[in-house]
Design a protein around this ligand. Structure first.
Ligand SMILES: Cc1cc2nc3c(=O)[nH]c(=O)nc-3n(C[C@H](O)[C@H](O)[C@H](O)COP(=O)(O)OP(=O)(O)OC[C@H]3O[C@@H](n4cnc5c(N)ncnc54)[C@H](O)[C@@H]3O)c2cc1C
Length: 392
């Protein structure tokens, strides 16, 4: 049986979140105390409730090249809760594999017709990366292009909700580090293709291990610090802070990536692909996420259901941070194993007002699907958020 690394899939922190005695004086505490004004979580301040599905693949995302009949397929799917975290690095990794494969000679012609299946973050970054390398004959096929998991995703750069076999972990870490560099470039206005879409913000976890970011430290990130968050209501929490965390503004980035496709003549054809042999191009990049369970006949690909509540009418200046804490495990109303956490990111949906900012999550229900929406989890999630901030 495969041994999975400890921080691979979402871990359960039995201890829950660490509260600090509220009468502790910040002056007597050598730890950095940071004031955070909690979001307003009254009903009038809650927006859309979103249910969506992470394409998780047991063992690791499939990042490989295979001959399938008379087609050559580069697989890039199954990134679980980390598709955005890994996206640009994963595209670079798989595209390099394909270009350096035994088909290198054919692919040295930059006009070789290329098909990409999927218009989520993975498909779009694959197209972007290939186009930056000079490929100019790319077609994207996707049965859906709007309201994808990739649009809804929170936006925390951290490798979570994956199930990587230990021998894949170093590769995944390197991909994440490459992706960090990419987003850091956007955040620092060094990438002319993106006018926004990534922000550097303090990011808080219960402990270093929970973040999954320790392999990034010393390479692209600074070490985390011990801090106390003070919510100005008598509640304080001991956390670790990565002050160079990255928030990926997924709705903005999806918009910018789609714009890039238009501007560079990369057509997106709305079409379901039922088999690789039905695609006219010989070279195919399979970025179909959950669709790969059928398309690539891959039983290791499993949906991991997530619940999100958008916030509205908030004060944007109080939203410049991210938090992720794990609570524990339970059963959903459909009797499915539910890993619960609380997270908050400064997310906005496309075309919304500046004050409609913030998202809270998140559940991780492996095997949860549209027939088992587990709607009560929205209430559990809201309660977890209020408890965390000490809001009665
Ligand atoms: C609640 C939630 C929160 C998340 N938060 C974060 C986060 O904070 N940070 C992070 O890094 N990640 C996060 N994720 C994970 C991230 O959203 C996913 O890993 C990522 O969006 C997957 O991208 P994708 O392109 O593989 O899949 P998708 O966005 O699902 O796109 C798949 C594409 O393939 C197409 N397709 C599928 N099958 C076929 C077919 N047979 N023929 C044609 N087209 C097909 C679909 O139509 C679609 O266009 C979150 C996910 C969820 C659910």
């Amino acid at each position: 049986m495969t041994q999975f690394s400890r921080r691979s899939f979402l871990k359960t922190s039995a201890a829950g979140v660490a509260a600090v005695a509220s009468n502790q004086s910040p002056a007597a505490n050598p730890i950095d105390v940071r004031k955070i004004i909690p979001p307003n979580l009254d009903d009038a301040y809650l927006g859309q409730k979103i249910l969506c599905y992470r394409p998780m693949r047991h063992g690791s995302p499939n990042l490989s090249v295979a001959q399938v009949g008379n087609k050559v397929v580069a697989h890039n799917y199954g990134h679980g809760g980390s598709g955005w975290t890994l996206g640009p690095g994963s595209a670079n990794y798989v595209n390099t594999l394909m270009i350096n494969s035994q088909y290198a000679k054919e692919l040295s012609n930059k006009s070789t017709p290329i098909a990409i299946i999927g218009a989520g973050v993975i498909g779009l970054f694959t197209a972007y990366d290939l186009n930056k390398r000079g490929y100019n004959n790319i077609t994207i096929y996707a049965d859906r292009v709007e309201s994808l998991t990739s649009h809804n995703a929170g936006g925390l750069l951290a490798p979570v909700s994956m199930d990587n076999a230990p021998d894949m972990q170093a590769t995944i870490d390197q991909i994440g580090i490459d992706a960090y560099r990419f987003y850091d470039g956007i955040a620092k206005n060094k990438n002319a293709d993106f006018k926004g879409g990534a922000l550097i913000v303090p990011t808080y976890f219960n402990d270093r291990e929970d973040s999954g970011l320790e392999p990034y430290v010393g390479k692209v990130m600074q070490p985390a610090k011990e801090v106390v968050l003070d919510f100005d209501n008598g509640t304080t929490r001991k956390m670790v802070a990565y002050d160079d965390g990255i928030y990926m503004d997924t709705a903005t980035l999806m918009g910018e990536l789609n714009q890039y496709m238009k501007a560079h003549n990369i057509q997106i054809v709305k079409q379901k692909i039922n088999s690789f042999s039905g695609v006219k191009e010989k070279f195919i990049f399979n970025c179909s996420g959950l669709g790969s369970s059928q398309l690539a006949n891959d039983a290791a690909v499993i949906p991991v259901q997530g619940h999100l509540i958008m916030l509205k009418n908030q004060d944007p200046k109080n939203m410049n941070y991210m938090i992720l804490v794990y609570f524990g495990e339970g059963k959903s109303e459909a009797n499915q194993k539910t890993k619960r956490s609380f997270y908050i990111f400064p997310k906005r949906l496309a075309n919304t007002a500046p004050q409609d900012i913030g998202v809270i999550g998140g559940t991780f229900i492996e095997g949860g699907n549209p027939n088992t929406p587990n709607l009560k989890e929205f209430d559990v999630l809201l309660k977890g958020a209020k408890d965390f901030y000490g809001i009665s």
